[in-house]
Design a protein around this ligand. Structure first.
Ligand code: ZN
Length: 215
């Protein structure tokens, strides 16, 4: 077991982000078994869930003549348009069944406001509203978070960056993440950005060894 001040954040482990989903992350399914080996090492496990209304502004389908991958301005922020994904109440938005969900204490939903996207599990992309995750973790004495999930170059990256900004020590579990790589090199650049901002990068086996568990 890792000490009580360390929490694990599972980012967006939802059907729509698996290779067969609406917004497929290549090899996204590979993250699930790694997550399952890590989960028992943590006393506090939380998850984020992309949870959009059907009229969400990040969906290309909600803008005339726009396609996924194009960039628009959405309420003053640059917005990449995505395929329809993680619509509230749909199967695609559910956490993957194969994920060991028993010890997840709390799920923080994001992207619920149709006017703004939300990559980070802590804040929307304009830092206008908090999801309450930072406060919730701090109330429980958490000072360090370990982050895994999908996708490395979007929701994982911004969760890590916001975590650091909120004053948490943050570790990215590199082999328990996969990225979109819309432009080749995005994933590698995201890791460099996270390290540059102060995040530690570790592998799941390193963490399991620290926790006294077998990889
Ligand atoms: Zn989304």
């Amino acid at each position: 077991m890792l000490p009580a001040h360390v929490a694990l954040i599972l980012v967006d482990l939802q059907y729509d982000f698996l290779p067969t989903g609406m917004l497929p992350v290549p090899e996204g399914d590979r993250v699930i078994p790694v997550a399952n080996t890590l989960i028992p090492a943590y006393r506090t496990v939380v998850a984020t869930q992309d949870w959009h209304p059907a009229n969400h502004g990040s969906f290309a389908a909600n803008h005339p003549w726009r396609k996924p991958g194009q960039v628009i301005e959405l309420n003053g922020l640059s917005q990449i348009l995505w395929p329809i994904h993680c619509v509230q109440g749909t199967w695609g938005a559910e956490l993957v069944d194969e994920l060991d969900q028993q010890t997840i204490t709390r799920i923080f939903q994001k992207g619920t406001d149709p006017e703004i996207d939300s990559y980070s599990g802590f804040y929307d992309n304009g830092h206008r509203k908090s999801t309450g995750m930072a406060e919730w973790l701090k109330e429980r004495g958490i000072t360090e978070v370990h982050v895994l999930g999908l996708a490395t170059d979007y929701c994982v990256k911004f969760t890590v960056l916001d975590g650091l900004q909120e004053g948490f020590a943050v570790t990215l579990i590199r082999d328990a993440t996969r990225g979109v790589d819309l432009t080749e090199g995005d994933v590698d650049r995201a890791v460099v950005d996270m390290q540059g901002a102060g995040a530690q990068v570790q592998t799941s086996s390193e963490l399991l060894a620290t926790a006294g568990l077998e990889a």
